[in-house]
Design a protein around this ligand. Structure first.
Ligand SMILES: *[C@@H]1O[C@H](CO)[C@@H](O)[C@H](O)[C@H]1NC(C)=O
Ligand SMILES: *[C@@H]1O[C@H](CO)[C@@H](O)[C@H](O)[C@H]1NC(C)=O
Ligand SMILES: *[C@@H]1O[C@H](CO)[C@@H](O)[C@H](O)[C@H]1NC(C)=O
Ligand SMILES: *[C@@H]1O[C@H](CO)[C@@H](O)[C@H](O)[C@H]1NC(C)=O
Ligand SMILES: *[C@@H]1O[C@H](CO)[C@@H](O)[C@H](O)[C@H]1NC(C)=O
Ligand SMILES: *[C@@H]1O[C@H](CO)[C@@H](O)[C@H](O)[C@H]1NC(C)=O
Ligand SMILES: *[C@@H]1O[C@H](CO)[C@@H](O)[C@H](O)[C@H]1NC(C)=O
Length: 448
């Protein structure tokens, strides 16, 4: 929300020194074209082809899928239940792969789900049990051959094993998991370690993995991990884990690679303010991201990880009355409207508010979100003259609001929150953000 120019000036003066509350956009430094790095989600695609109309995929710029037939019941419980039960999970995976490719999205395959970890326990077979890798090798060979036969290798990323640091997905020793890395994956792209825990020097899952991968030169094409823990934890923030991972790669003399946070945001953060905050973070660090999916059973395979809802009952998977959930509007604006070049930005020092900005021929656009908290912050736009504007003067800022507090709610559009004139000088524009709820995201636009 923006108030008058006078208030803006007062606020800017009184808070100028406190960079805890200032996010910046530098119009003189650009970072290449938008590639909507954050427009991925895990599961969320029905196994029936074309069940969700095209425009829902294309408007949000669907960029990355990730699936493996999880939570299907008998007779589709996965490899450990025999070839027939493997086939059902394979079919689900191939269908989701084809849907992803139809919209130009890449696809991360989840072998742990095709294996069947959601129907496994400590008594069932795990890869490499008793030092015997025969079963797992056969699994990989079979799956690779099936993927090849179904023309499903292009745009495919093989995610070695999901969240082995959680007992839901791995019940054997850490070393037995580490030894998964040394299998021959037949030249598809590989991602790992895909840990639930973020990269920190006291996390042995990370350090032992980095050490073994460096020792055996089994370096993946993407470094993947998850950020969907606490909204306040220092290490549940890409701004901090970008630094720790970079340092750890250096320690183990490992090269840099594309990073993919292939599950991001906790469930409470899946509202517009949270979406805009995550998009800003992922874009700043040139990091790919896929939304975490907090649903289960058939709803897991529907609703784009809660970007969609349904008019009558979103939990009825056979119904097709799809509608936009609150966050969908943020991704739609991010994809369709934030065109041109990305501008360099910084988030607020308190890590609670962040911005993503683009410069196109007609306008500068700034998306802004908080990490689900209230407060007062400000946005400073430096180097106004870099887009052909005078170094001082008055500028009209159009505000759009992205409302909604609940993933099941239908919100069909963002809304016009008016135009306010702001005066600025010294080539720098500053305006306040009065965040009086924890959920609304904002977009600000001005002509150049
Ligand atoms: C910024 O926030 C930190 C942590 O909350 C606090 O220690 C520091 O004093 C704040 N700085 C200013 C200038 O307000
Ligand atoms: C493990 O799973 C098998 C197969 O479903 C089942 O028979 C067995 O009771 C389970 N064991 C434990 C300890 O849960
Ligand atoms: C290479 O991998 C093997 C088996 O997975 C492991 O035992 C060994 O420690 C690794 N080598 C290095 C140098 O890390
Ligand atoms: C850290 O962020 C920079 C961009 O600022 C990016 O190029 C780099 O790949 C990131 N590194 C890691 C390890 O995430
Ligand atoms: C965003 O882009 C779409 C598609 O071009 C357009 O219809 C819509 O009016 C734009 N929204 C704004 C706020 O400019
Ligand atoms: C660009 O953004 C990065 C990350 O926020 C920041 O560290 C750097 O100082 C910025 N550089 C310029 C020239 O704006
Ligand atoms: C942009 O603005 C900043 C802050 O006013 C200034 O330090 C910098 O020199 C300007 N130019 C560029 C190219 O970043």
């Amino acid at each position: 929300m923006i108030r008058s120019g006078i208030l803006t000036a007062l606020l800017a003066t009184s808070l100028a020194a406190a960079d805890n509350i200032t996010a910046t956009v530098n119009l003189a430094v650009t970072k290449g074209s938008p590639e909507h790095l954050a427009s991925g989600f895990i599961y969320g695609i029905p196994d029936t082809p074309n069940f969700i109309p095209d425009h829902w995929y294309t408007d949000m710029g669907f960029r990355y899928g990730r699936a493996g037939g999880a939570q299907l019941e008998a007779p589709n419980r996965g490899w450990i239940w025999g070839l027939k039960e493997y086939k059902g999970r394979l079919a689900s995976t191939l269908s989701n792969y084809d849907t992803s490719r139809k919209y130009g999205a890449d696809f991360i395959i989840l072998p742990h789900d095709i294996w069947g970890t959601d129907h496994a326990n400590s008594s069932t077979v795990w890869p490499g049990d008793n030092g015997d890798w025969t079963n797992y090798d056969l699994f990989i060979r079979t799956l690779m051959a099936d993927l090849k036969a179904n023309h499903a290798l292009e745009g495919l990323v093989w995610d070695i094993w999901n969240e082995p640091d959680l007992t839901a997905f791995w019940v054997r020793s850490q070393q037995q998991w580490l030894d998964l890395e040394d299998k021959d994956f037949d030249k598809v792209q590989i991602s790992g370690p895909t840990l639930a825990g973020s990269p920190q020097t006291d996390n042995s899952w990370w350090t032992n993995w980095l050490s073994q991968v460096a020792g055996n030169k089994t370096i993946p094409d993407q470094y993947a991990y998850h950020l969907e823990g606490s909204s306040t934890d220092y290490y549940d923030d890409l701004q901090n884990t970008n630094v720790t991972l970079s340092a750890m790669l250096k320690t183990y003399k490992l090269p840099s690679r594309q990073v993919n946070i292939n599950e991001y945001a906790n469930f409470a953060e899946q509202i517009p303010a949270g979406a805009a905050w995550w998009i800003s973070r992922l874009e700043r660090y040139n990091t790919l991201g896929l939304r975490g999916n907090w649903q289960s059973l058939c709803v897991l395979h529907d609703l784009f990880a809660n970007l969609l809802t349904k008019v009558v009952d979103p939990t009825v998977c056979t119904e097709t009355d799809y509608a936009s959930a609150p966050e969908y509007q943020v991704y739609k604006y991010y994809n369709l409207n934030m065109t041109g070049e990305r501008a360099n930005t910084t988030g607020t020092g308190d890590r609670l508010m962040d911005v993503y900005a683009t410069i196109d021929k007609d306008k500068v656009r700034i998306l802004c979100g908080v990490r689900i908290t209230e407060g007062t912050w400000q946005i400073t736009v430096d180097n106004m003259s870099a887009v052909g504007l005078p170094k001082s003067g008055t500028i009209d800022i159009q505000t759009w609001g992205f409302a909604g507090t609940d993933v099941w709610e239908e919100v069909d559009s963002y809304s016009d929150r008016g135009i306010v004139s702001h005066t600025y000088s010294g080539n720098t524009l500053t305006f306040p953000i009065y965040q009086t709820d924890t959920s609304t995201a904002w977009a600000f636009e001005f002509a150049r």
